[in-house]
Design a protein around this ligand. Structure first.
Ligand SMILES: [Zn+2]
Length: 70
C-alpha cells in the first residue's frame, strides 16, 4: 500500500491501515511525536482531515466540506 503521508511503500503488516488508507511505521512514529508548532504538522493534519472528510462527510455534508477547505 502507499503511505498517506510520504507516498512511500507501507508494508501491510507494519503500517497503520484504516479506511483503505495506510500510514507507514516511520510516519506513524513521526506523527505521534510531532508537536503542534513543528513544521509539517499542518500538512499531516490536513492529510488526515481530507481522509476523514472524504470518509464521513463527503456525501452527507458536501457543502460544509467545501466551505471548510476554501
Ligand atoms: Zn510514510
Amino acid at each position: 500500500m502507499e503511505c498517506l503521508m510520504c507516498q512511500g511503500v507501507a508494508e501491510e503488516d507494519r503500517c497503520l491501515c484504516f479506511w483503505g488508507a495506510a500510514i507507514c511505521s516511520a510516519c506513524e512514529v513521526r506523527l505521534m511525536e510531532l508537536g503542534v508548532d513543528e513544521p509539517g504538522y499542518d500538512t499531516q493534519v490536513r492529510a488526515f482531515r481530507l481522509l476523514w472528510q472524504r470518509r464521513f462527510l463527503g456525501t452527507r455534508d458536501y457543502h460544509l466540506v467545501e466551505g471548510d477547505q476554501a
